[in-house]
Design a protein. Structure first.
Length: 848
């Protein structure tokens, strides 16, 4: 932990430190870490704990710490206490650690500061306060040491919390569950662990197929005392503020100033019980962590709740709607690590939509009200039984043609994706087609969408999606058919036809749309020579979606950004987009085409950074999807191939990629198929496969794939000139990582073998063409080495040389059990199952 290392370094230098953190944030654990590290280095430590019940008893904390005996009183006791501390401080390296400084009695604090002035030693104090720390625990002002640094134990991000939960549960945890725990706990580690323990005890958190999942709500009455302890010590005015904010969700700061006790607001902010933050040009305030909000919503007495609610209505706080109904546009700072507020904002926004659409459907259970309600339930991954009840409780024959068509389409997607019966879904669509008039064309488009997702693009797709220029189609129907045409033509690699279809597609959300507006245009840009422009627009759209709390667009553009960054050679920049998307929690039930793409990219990134555990978690979620390598999006087989390569099975990986590519090609997913086939050739060249690939590339109109083929052919011909020209063309297309690979191949073709000056030559050649030499090649499966710690590398090297665990332990001065644990972690990180495979892996890692 960087903060722990920094704090210890300050103490070594003689400075003091304030460890600031809310309750349950891990302050005591952090302090123990400091003590353990310093004691290992030979320091003498004094641990002093504050106690709120004894705060009015002078010297009580020092007496309990053993510095004084308590037999003397008055000035002699003070003198004895100061002398006792000074005695401990001489001549050793010495530090005082004060836990719960806010509850320390003033006399004990006075003794410690007096001894510090005389002898000079660092003090570490753990406190809740962020302001007014130049005063005693009870408020007496004093002159603070100018050499006092601050360690702020901020709430954890989703990645940090997930690592803690995996350790605590001794097994991987579902991303959606981790996201919900983050949202509920506000990222406060102690609260998160209490939530986990309560859920596990009550059976709402269960381990299924090795993965921990929450199967119901995470609030439990058993958490009441935990939440109450978190807000202990607040005043009546502060409680009123918290209860008001809990009921309205979020409140504009201007409204808060006018209606709330602002001194109480400031005090609560200092206690980290509320948070003020910017959303675009507006400032909002809300309760943190959300567990406290749950407490106040569930446990407040009715009479008190009624009074607070009447105050809210009297002040007109709800006239403009709650904060979650307002735009978050422009909030982009710090987006890379999704925090609890981010996750909670989406939850609150979705809760409001669900309440509204449900009320409308209950009042009129027709297709017109069922379609938006089903969409919300689907997007929130609601209980399938609840969704089935809506289907069953709606009169499918009631209402206008468009609503009835959309209702039939949703039912067909459900039958194919959840019930797993594609043929029945297609039969349902055929039955619903009659009597819908011009809106029957929506059913035609849905048939192509559903069959493409679960089986492959149907042979009659183009005729089903034909648009007669003279036909008077409603705009919504024309838009939906254009979307399906664009998706089909893109998947088939018919980019000219795709661009024609794009011209007729509006940017407004479509009823029954499979993809978010602009998503397919972005995919087309990535693979049709406009990667940089497509990536730039996708990043902008991603932040807009994040600001407007649009989860569907956020998922779509998160995938586009991650895929585009991988293709461009900026693999490390892609991970934050996957993190944000996974933090949203469980995806919609149907369709899950984009979610499959996210899972594939996320797994691949995890393997390529050496995170086998992270890849395993995403893989377990991918298994829940109704398909694994279908749909039209690429990279379906790449994560499994990467794992196989890391384990040393290069030839098998090449064969698997080639077979997957052929399968995709035959299903009409030609873009994904070509990518997999090129990846197969990169691992193991075959003249026969290269010939087939040449034939396939000739059937698509894509400069992207034409240049990839030129790299393959030029390398086979050992032509450095052709390879260098291909590198230039790849750079123009924005595929910098692949361009670097082409340059490297050109230099090898020129020298005939690896030159000692190859790296220097490569840098010069890349500089001439304006290519970033650090760019990563998305097709490079071989140079991916999992990150091992220094100690793990030492153990791995010796294990690869054939040393036994006992021999390794003797040489490295470790216990055999420690060596066994290291070997287990190494094998888990690398995906290797034997020491023979480990030897091959270490050989590859060393480049020998």
């Amino acid at each position: 932990m960087h903060a722990l290392e920094a704090a210890i370094e300050w103490l070594r230098d003689g400075a003091s430190a304030d460890v600031i953190g809310r309750r349950f944030s891990g302050r005591t654990t952090f302090m123990r870490g400091i003590r353990s590290q310093l004691e290992d280095e030979g320091w003498r430590t004094l641990w002093v704990s504050g106690n709120a019940f004894l705060q009015n008893s002078p010297l009580s904390s020092l007496e309990l710490s053993g510095v004084i005996t308590g037999t003397s009183r008055g000035r002699s006791a003070l003198h004895s206490a100061v002398a006792g501390v000074e005695g401990l401080a001489r001549p050793e390296r010495f530090v005082v650690l004060v836990d719960d400084w806010d509850s320390l009695d003033d006399a004990s604090w006075g003794v410690l500061t007096a001894a510090q002035e005389q002898v000079g030693f660092p003090i570490v104090r753990a406190t809740l306060r962020r302001r007014a720390l130049a005063s005693s625990p009870t408020g007496i002002h004093f002159e603070q040491s100018p050499r006092t640094f601050v360690v702020d134990l901020r709430p954890m991000t989703i990645d940090e919390l997930e690592r803690v939960l995996v350790t605590h549960l001794e097994g991987p945890i579902d991303n959606a569950t981790a996201s919900r725990i983050l949202a509920k706990s506000g990222g406060v580690v102690g609260l998160a662990l209490n939530i986990v323990d309560a859920a596990r005890a009550e059976g709402t958190l269960r381990q299924t197929a090795g993965l921990w999942r929450a199967e119901a709500g995470l609030w439990s009455d058993s958490l009441t005392r935990i939440a109450e302890a978190y807000i202990a010590g607040i005043s009546e005015a502060e409680l009123d503020v918290l209860e008001t904010l809990a009921l309205v969700g979020e409140l504009d700061v201007a409204e808060a100033r006018a209606t709330l006790d602002w001194r109480a607001v400031e005090s609560l902010e200092d206690r980290a019980l509320i948070r003020l933050y910017s959303i675009g040009s507006r400032r909002l305030v809300s309760v943190v962590p959300p567990l406290v909000m749950e407490l106040l919503r569930n446990q407040t007495h009715c009479a008190r709740r009624d009074r607070v609610l009447q105050d809210i209505l009297k002040d007109g706080i709800l006239d403009g709607g709650t904060g979650t109904e307002r735009s978050m546009a422009g909030r982009t700072q710090g987006w890379e690590q999704p925090d609890a507020l981010f996750v909670r904002s989406f939850d609150e926004h979705a809760r409001g939509r669900r309440t509204t659409t449900r009320a409308r459907w209950l009042a009129d259970p027709s297709p017109a009200t069922a379609v938006p309600f089903l969409q919300v339930l689907n997007d929130q991954h609601a209980d399938p039984d609840e969704i089935e009840l809506v289907f069953a409780g709606t009169d499918a024959a009631d209402g206008d043609d468009e609503s009835r068509a959309q209702f039939a389409i949703q039912r067909a997607w459900w039958t194919a994706g959840i019930d797993g019966d594609l043929d029945a879904a297609l039969t349902e669509l055929a039955s619903a087609r009659g009597g819908l008039g011009r809106y029957g064309r929506l059913v035609d488009a849905a048939r192509v969408d559903i069959e493409s997702a679960f089986r492959g693009i149907p042979d009659d797709a183009e005729s089903l999606l034909a648009i007669d220029d003279d036909a008077e189609l409603p705009p919504s129907v024309r838009d939906k058919i254009s979307e399906s045409r664009l998706a089909t033509f893109f998947s088939l690699g018919q980019f000219e036809k795709a661009r024609t279809a794009l011209q007729f597609l509006s940017e407004t959300p479509l009823g029954g749309s499979v993809y978010s507006p602009g998503f397919l245009a972005g995919m087309l840009a990535l693979f049709d020579g406009e990667l940089d422009a497509g990536l730039e627009s996708s990043i902008l759209a991603f932040h807009r979606a994040r600001g407007s709390l649009d989860a569907a667009r956020l998922r779509s553009y998160g995938y586009l950004c991650a895929l585009g960054l991988m293709l461009s050679g900026r693999r490390n920049d892609a991970q934050p987009y996957i993190d944000v998307v996974l933090a949203l929690g469980r995806p919609p039930h149907i369709p899950q085409i984009v979610q499959l793409g996210i899972a594939n990219v996320g797994m691949l990134l995890a393997f390529r950074r050496g995170d086998a555990d992270g890849a395993a978690v995403i893989e377990s979620q991918r298994r829940d999807l109704p398909f694994t390598d279908a749909g039209t999006l690429p990279l379906g087989s790449w994560p499994d191939a990467q794992r196989s390569v890391v384990a040393g099975n290069v030839l098998a990986s090449s064969d698997a990629l080639w077979a997957s590519g052929l399968g995709q090609w035959e299903r009409g997913a030609r873009v994904g198929g070509l990518l997999s086939m090129f990846a197969a050739l990169e691992l193991e060249y075959s003249e026969q496969r290269a010939a087939r690939l040449t034939e396939f590339v000739g059937q698509v109109d894509s400069e992207f794939f034409a240049v990839q083929l030129e790299v393959v052919r030029a390398e086979a011909a050992k032509s450095p000139e052709r390879l260098r020209d291909a590198a230039r063309r790849l750079q123009e297309l924005g595929v910098a990582g692949r361009a670097i690979t082409a340059l490297r191949k050109a230099l090898k073709a020129r020298t005939g073998s690896r030159s000692r000056d190859l790296d220097a030559d490569l840098e010069r050649a890349a500089d001439e063409l304006g290519i970033d030499v650090t760019a990563s090649d998305p097709f490079d499966f071989l140079s991916v080495i999992p990150k091992l710690s220094k100690r793990e590398i030492e153990v791995a090297q010796r294990a690869a040389e054939g040393m036994s665990n006992q021999e390794i332990a003797d040489e490295l001065l470790l216990s055999v059990r420690t060596v066994e644990n290291h070997v287990h972690r190494i094998m888990r990180k690398t995906g290797i199952e034997s020491r023979t495979g480990l030897a091959e892996f270490m050989k590859a890692a060393s480049g020998t």
